[in-house]
Write a protein that binds this ligand. Structure first.
Ligand code: FAD
Length: 336
């Protein structure tokens, strides 16, 4: 007779020993990340956790050993996981941290959790006569990913409309932070080294002790966006226009991760790559898109290594021909 193993939490501790808070989310082991990134390529992660809600996420983070690498992943639309996979734990936010609502009492503010898809925020605002979030309709990621990347297009950037963000660290401590706490630039967001922990903005869960002035790691769990009063019809038309422009210029029928490189100052990465004759160039199952040279598509069964080899090839060619260092916009994690 086979013995049924008692359910475990991520640290391999039987659930029966997890008192008083048993975890309510879903833990998966050896999860294929290709299912969760828009390139549909790459390796597996040791553990993945889909939290039930904030309280459950807090409890889960607190079960993890201090040295465990932790990654938050939204829709994986800006992420490459190498073929050898990812050691550590991924927290998936999409489909789980999914609440979105008007902020109480403030007519033009919208609260959205990290796992809400950015296009959903755009439509939610447009339907309520709120203007300023339309650009999010063209960014196929989550609120968490948009905050981490300062995602933007057509003149709008995520942090332009942020009133404040809600974060959580490894101890489960939650904070409300304002944009002043961050260094914010084109596709760049970093917590300032001297960002203070304001006692009034810190919500400490029971039993938490702060060990230093600055938390080692902190992730976005929600944001409050501040919009302006607009007209629903105008915003919806703007969204429609923007999506039409996108489908005309981007290879949306093949798996990709949007622009691979940041645009250098006063330049376009796509123009430089095209001028090196690389449009349509393929390595294994990956190809520099013939439609848009700053996109790399998975043209069949690309490995992460094929995609990364094309990234390096484009960087080398552009450096040789133009002396310009192309900086990656997409993030690469894991082992080769
Ligand atoms: C077709 C296409 C078009 C695109 N167009 C644009 C565009 O116009 N403009 C633009 O800026 N981007 C664009 N992108 C890139 C991408 O959609 C954005 O960067 C998006 O914001 C990433 O969100 P995500 O949820 O998919 O993040 P992921 O890819 O899941 O993660 C990206 C990074 O953010 C981190 N992260 C994710 N969630 C959190 C969190 N809750 N807290 C802290 N860190 C977190 C991850 O660890 C990772 O480092 C495009 C991508 C595609 C596929």
């Amino acid at each position: 007779m086979t013995k049924t193993k008692p359910p475990e939490n991520s640290a391999g501790v039987p659930a029966s020993r997890l008192t008083p808070h048993a975890l309510r989310g879903e833990l998966r082991r050896n999860e294929p990340m290709a299912r969760h990134v828009s390139w549909r390529a790459g390796g597996r992660v040791d553990r993945a956790y889909l939290p039930a809600d904030f309280a459950d996420l807090r409890e889960f983070l607190r079960t993890l050993p201090g040295a465990e690498p932790v990654y938050f992943v939204g829709l994986g639309s800006n992420l490459l996981v190498r073929d050898g996979g990812l050691r550590g734990t991924v927290i998936f936010t999409h489909g789980v941290l999914k609440r979105i609502r008007m902020e109480d009492g403030a007519g033009c503010e919208v609260y959205a959790e990290a796992g809400v898809a950015s296009p959903k925020v755009a439509r939610f605002c447009a339907m309520r006569d709120l203007a300023g979030a339309e650009f999010l309709a063209g960014i196929p990621g989550t609120v968490g990913g948009a905050l981490a990347m300062n995602a933007g297009c057509y003149g709008g950037e995520t942090w332009d409309i942020v009133a404040h963000v809600h974060t959580m660290d490894r101890t489960g401590a939650e904070r409300v932070r304002t944009p002043e706490d961050y260094e914010i630039a084109y596709r760049h967001v970093r917590l300032k080294a001297d960002a203070e922990i304001h006692p009034s903005s810190l919500i400490l869960p029971h039993n938490t002790r702060l060990t230093g002035a600055h938390p080692p790691e902190e992730w976005f769990v929600a944001a409050t966006f501040r919009l302006t009063r607009g007209r629903s019809e105008e915003s919806l038309n703007k969204i429609k226009e923007l999506l039409l422009k996108r489908s005309a210029s981007q290879p949306l029928s093949q798996p990709n991760a949007g622009s691979v490189f940041r645009n250098p100052p006063q330049e376009y990465a796509a123009r430089l790559i095209e001028a090196c004759g690389l449009k349509g160039h393929a390595i294994g199952g990956a190809m520099i898109s013939p439609k848009h040279a700053n996109f790399i598509v998975n043209a069949g069964d690309a490995r992460a290594a094929d995609i990364e080899a094309l990234i390096v090839l484009a960087q080398t060619a552009v450096k040789q021909k133009f002396g310009v260092e192309l900086e990656r916009e997409v993030r690469i994690v894991g082992e080769a």
